[in-house]
Structures are given as C-alpha cells and as structure tokens.
Design a binder for this molecule. Structure first.
Ligand SMILES: [Zn+2]
Length: 489
C-alpha cells in the first residue's frame, strides 16, 4: 500500500452572496464573499491522475447502465459515447453543527464499486451555514449562486471530460461524467429547484397538479382511485416559475425526471412511521400484547420486537416503544431511525403471519414489507416483473391505507395519518419508468451518514473558518479512504 500520498486538488474560492448581519432597521446586510469549494471537475481529474479510477467508476458497467437510461432519456448527450460516459448523483441536505444548521453538498459516482462505503464514495463540494442565506422573494440567492458554481464545474466534466492515464492511442477517448440524479429530502429539493408547488402550498407536488383539496377536491391527492384526475396531469407544468429557472437545471442533459423522490425520507422517516405507529396503537387497543395497562402492553411489545430483531440479526436503535415515541395522544407516528422502521415493519409482518388473519391492516403491512424488501434487494434497474410487482403491491397498500384512514375519520379516531409525503410515495409506486431505475437506489441512507460525519469534522473547527477547514481536512483524509477501498477491490 502506498502511504503519504495526496491528491493534486486544492480548495477553490468562488464568490457567493451571504447575509453577514442585520442593520438597525432589521434589514439583512448582504456581502459578496469568496467561498471555499472543492470543485468536482478538479477533484475527479485529481483522483483519476492519482490512480483511483477503479474506485471511482466500474468502466465495464457503463454500457449496460446507458442501455437502461437511454430508454428514458433518448436524447441525452451520453448517447453518442456510452462506453466513455459515467453517471453522477448530486446530493444536498442540511445538517447540524456549531449550534446552527449547514447545507452540505456532495456528489457520488453512481457506478462506483464502493457505494456502500460513504467515506470512499461521497465527495464533499461545500457547506454553507443556513444563517448566511440571502433571499430575493422566495429564491435563495446564496444557494442558487453555489448551485451555479457547482453546475459550471460539473459541466466541465461532461463537456471536456478527463483523460485516462496510460491511454495514449491516437483515438484516446476522454471519460465524461453526467449528473443523472438529483437527490435530497423534499425541503432541499424545494430550495434548490424553486418549487412553487410544495407541501406548504395548496398544490403539493412537483410532478403533477395534485392539491390538498382544501378549496376544490377535483385534484385532491387523497383520491387514490384508478382514474383520479391528478393522474392525468403528470408533468403538465414545470414546478418552478419561468422567471426563476433554477441553476441546477443548467447541468448538461438535465431532465426534470432526474429530480428524485427520496424513499428514506418519504417512507422510512415518513409514511412508514405513520403505518407502524398506528398498527401498534391498534394492536394495544385490541389487547394483542399482554399487560393490564397501555404502558405494560407497550413494554411487552418491546420485548417481542427486540426478540425478533435479535433473532434476525437486525440492529435496532429504538430502545423501547413508549406513548411518547409513538405520539400516542395525536396521530400515531413511531419516532425512530430509518432502519428501525424497516425492522418494526418486518416484526409486525412476522406477528401477523402467526395470526394468519387477513384484514386491511395486515394486508397493508404485508404489501409494504414485501415491497421495501424487494427494492432493497434488487439491482439498480428493476426487471420488468419487479417493476410490475412494485406497482401491484404498492397500489394494494395505497387502497388499504386510505380506506383505513377514511374509516378512522368517520369513527372520529386519530389513526392512519395522511400527509403530502404519501402522494410522493404514490408516484413512486405508480411510476413505470422506461429505465426501470430502482427508487431504492436514489434513497439517501449513505448520504445522511456522510453528512453526519462531515458535521462531526466541523465540530472540531472554528465557526468563522469552518467550511474551508472542513474541506481541507476532508481532502487530506480522502486518499487514505480511497486507497483502502482500492486495496479491497
Ligand atoms: Zn403528484
């Protein structure tokens, strides 16, 4: 193993507007500052020149990847050179550090052999404190300026590419990189893509014209019938105003369908928590778990859950089921980590299978346990059968859950919460993408992990210089991470 190697890549400084304070009248003081970035085109070139190409991309997977993706995006510029084009994902999210929140941007190479190793596959671009944001109306000028710089650098990778060392033939082809996937939680997507249809407005969805149904029920997202009117409005309007075109849309080959719904936030940290929370409350009400009080029943449920997790070697962060973490007196929601939702769902399915009872609740659990399991264990592109299975299982779930929710309203019970996230889940279920891209693949499990690590580095730095110190430290540690992964290949 080589030691003491570095990367020929430095932190670059580019101008962005920030809010540096407020004047006596409370108006923001806007300043243009030189902000630190690790520019993707410089980093990728350095990684390839320093011998890390194999950690960055599996060249033999590219043709198959484009075979799938070009079915959905036939005019994509990569079509002219599929054997020398690699896909990227761009990610952003806010994390907590130094008593405030920071937006962190990073990217990944989608055909990296070590995507499950966050340290060797996620590449930091910059972090920006949210207290620095400058707005013009609803547009976040700070983030749009950063996005413009990031976009410019990514376009260097798609227009000019990077030469592969050792390839000295007359027809040497440069490896080009294209962003094919924009991921992050809903809040991030709203900020970066200037969505004017979002969970805080009457029209909720960036993909279609579905509404909350507050003033007019015509396009209500709660209508899950086969011919619900909103289904015919898919991609009929752009989610941003024509005068506020987001900078990220200027990435070479951009298509609005490349903006991904994140299954982790949509399901495991969203609707899945509503399902598991309500199931447990209903089971306690049915006296399914031994115990004369709610507290004792929950304690018994905890014992059974933990036994199941141990038996199946699932790691569970959740210590116990309580009225507090189930949001007992309001609409139940199991407040737990994303993977805990996966485990609790599997446990409920196990409990129900012992009862062999079939009703709306047990069917809903069976559908989503099967569906999430199938997606998690499938490749980047689903087979035709898997894609059909996704729609069938998911549609049965939507019908069961919405029927339960409707019945609870009629009975005056706070159960089976319905919120806009379920509409995003519904799209995920119905989507019949020509590329058959597995939605599990755009979920941000590893990215969340990477942001947390980034924020841990930040806690050891001084606030004023936090971002440049974070980027420098991260760059210094990267070659070791890459070398370790290279040695394991
Ligand atoms: Zn929609």
């Amino acid at each position: 193993m080589r030691s003491g190697i570095g990367l020929d890549c430095n932190v670059a400084y580019r101008e962005i507007p920030i809010c540096s304070g407020y004047d006596d009248e409370g108006n923001p003081i806007v300043e243009l500052v030189e902000w630190p970035f690790v520019l993707p085109h410089q980093l990728v070139a350095a990684m390839i020149q320093n011998g890390f190409l194999n950690v960055l991309v599996q060249l033999d997977k590219m043709v198959d990847y484009w075979h799938h993706m070009l079915k959905e995006f036939p005019d994509h510029p990569a079509a002219s050179m599929v054997s020398a084009s690699a896909p990227l994902s761009l990610y952003g999210d806010e994390g907590q550090a130094l008593g405030g929140s920071y937006m962190a941007f990073h990217f990944q190479s989608d055909l990296s052999p070590c995507l499950k190793n966050a340290g060797a596959s996620r590449f930091l671009i910059t972090t920006i404190p949210s207290s620095y944001y400058v707005f013009a109306g609803k547009v976040n000028l700070t983030l749009q300026s950063a996005a413009k710089i990031i976009c410019g650098s990514l376009n260097e990778l798609s227009r000019n590419g990077v030469a592969i060392p050792g390839d000295v033939s007359d027809h040497a082809v440069k490896l080009r990189f294209y962003v094919m996937n924009f991921k992050g939680d809903w809040k991030y997507l709203v900020q970066l893509f200037n969505f004017r249809k979002n969970p805080s407005t009457e029209k909720v969805c960036w993909k279609c014209e579905a509404t909350k149904g507050n003033t007019d029920m015509t396009n209500a997202y709660t209508d899950v019938a086969e011919h619900a009117p909103w289904k015919a409005t898919l991609w009929t309007s752009l989610p941003w105003p024509i005068s506020e075109v987001p900078e990220l849309t200027k990435v070479t080959g951009f298509d609005v369908k490349m903006i991904s719904a994140d299954l982790l936030h949509t399901w495991h940290l969203g609707c899945g928590r509503d399902l598991t929370g309500s199931c447990i409350k209903v089971l306690v009400g049915l006296r399914y778990f031994h115990g004369r009080s709610i507290e004792r029943s929950l304690a018994q449920a905890t014992v059974q859950l933990k036994r199941f997790a141990k038996l199946h070697k699932h790691s569970l962060v959740l210590r116990k089921l309580t009225k507090a973490n189930l949001n007992w007196s309001d609409y139940p929601e199991l407040r737990c980590k994303g993977f805990d939702t996966f485990v609790v769902l599997a446990w409920l399915q196990h409990e129900f299978s012992l009862q062999s009872k079939l009703d709306l609740m047990t069917t809903a659990v069976w559908c989503m346990d099967s569906l999430m399991r199938m997606l998690a264990h499938s490749g980047m592109h689903l087979s035709e059968m898997q894609q059909r299975q996704k729609t069938i299982l998911g549609s049965i779930y939507m019908n069961c859950y919405m029927t339960l929710a409707q019945k609870a309203i009629e009975d005056g019970k706070k159960l089976w919460r319905v919120r806009p996230k379920i509409h995003i889940l519904h799209h995920c279920i119905l989507e019949d993408r020509e590329s058959r891209l597995n939605p599990h693949y755009s979920a941000t499990w590893m990215d969340e992990d990477f942001v947390k690590r980034t924020m841990r580095v930040k806690k050891r730095t001084h606030k004023r210089t936090a971002t440049s110190a974070t980027l420098c430290r991260w760059l210094m540690g990267l070659p070791k991470q890459m070398q370790l992964s290279l040695d394991q290949l």
